[in-house]
Design a protein around this ligand. Structure first.
Ligand SMILES: [Zn+2]
Length: 311
């Protein structure tokens, strides 16, 4: 029976409500400005709404990365608040983007309305969006010879807008949560733990070994050799609180290289984040040696100069 303790975040909000949330909303607004302008010109130029999916994916994953960084900065340990912040900042970005788009489009029709005026009038914005959906606003480009094609409108536009809204709101929420979930916080010291060591060993074909590893039993790695180049391997990632050296976690993954014709790498997480107890710390200590990556030197410590060559 597996009784090993699994790391769970405390749910403490930290400075999330005071720092992460407002700064993420601000970042969302800036993201919306960038996305609104770039979308308008890219779609009009390419002649297809599809380009906005590509732009949205890049830009809103970037927003998610920003939310994650702010979650770490504000020491927020609440998964719910991180996810909610990602969702709200994406929603804010989408609203600003639509306001920018509407303002630029109205301007191109010869009726300039400033962005802030559009933003402060959501009902009018919604009416305008429905009108654009009905009539379309750009024409497809069939080819250089035949010139402009027909206006894309109706279902195609609404399907693309729905997709775009899902990307805008879910991408920042999901990415920030996924990245944040890999971080471990030492409640005693008030710091995030840092990556401490990585151990790799050749994967075993013995099903018993893998069953033991899945329970977090690091002793199961003891007799295994170092992995061959591009062979399957087990990987242990350890984190440690640099302040106290007591709080830490480890997780075990299995990495399989190029199983098929394509040079693909498959990573399978065998365990959750287990808290480092005395037994696992001792087992990890024994494994650390050949095949292990030493922890990076602490900042401020000068590198050791290489020894002069023997004469
Ligand atoms: Zn600590």
């Amino acid at each position: 029976m597996n009784m090993r303790p699994v790391y769970r975040s405390s749910g403490n909000l930290g400075r999330g409500p005071a720092v992460m949330l407002p700064l993420s909303l601000l970042l969302g607004a800036v993201t919306g400005l960038v996305y609104g302008y770039s979308c308008f010109y890219c779609i009009a130029w390419v002649g297809s709404q599809k380009i906005s999916m590509l732009l949205a994916t890049f830009i809103f994953l970037g927003l998610g990365l920003g939310v994650y960084k702010l979650a770490i900065l504000s020491k927020c340990r609440s998964l719910f608040l991180v996810g909610l912040t990602g969702f709200l900042s994406g929603s804010a970005a989408l609203y600003v983007a639509w306001s920018v788009f509407t303002s630029v489009l109205l301007d191109s029709y010869g009726t300039p309305v400033p962005v802030h005026t559009v933003m402060s009038n959501p009902a009018a914005l919604w009416d305008f969006v429905q009108e654009v959906g009905e009539k379309g606003w750009y024409t497809t480009k069939k080819s250089y010879q035949s010139g402009p094609g027909e206006a894309e409108k109706g279902f195609i536009l609404w399907a693309a807008w729905t997709m775009e809204a899902l990307i805008a709101t879910l991408a920042p929420a999901i990415l920030s949560v996924i990245m944040w979930r890999g971080k471990v916080f030492c409640e005693a010291c008030g710091y995030w733990c840092a990556d401490a060591a990585t151990v790799v060993r050749q994967a075993s074909s013995d099903p018993g070994t893998e069953a033991r590893l899945k329970t977090g039993d690091l002793q199961a790695l003891a007799g295994l050799p170092l992995p061959k180049p591009s062979g399957s391997m087990y990987k242990v990632d350890q984190t440690l609180c640099k302040a106290c050296g007591n709080t830490g976690t480890y997780k075990i993954s299995k990495i399989t290289y190029g199983t098929g014709k394509k040079d693909d790498v498959k990573t399978e997480h065998l365990t959750p984040l287990y808290l480092l107890d005395a037994d696992s710390a001792a087992a990890l200590g024994a494994l650390l040696g050949p095949g292990a990556t030493p922890p990076p030197p602490a900042p401020g410590v000068p590198p050791v100069p290489p020894a002069p060559p023997a004469v």
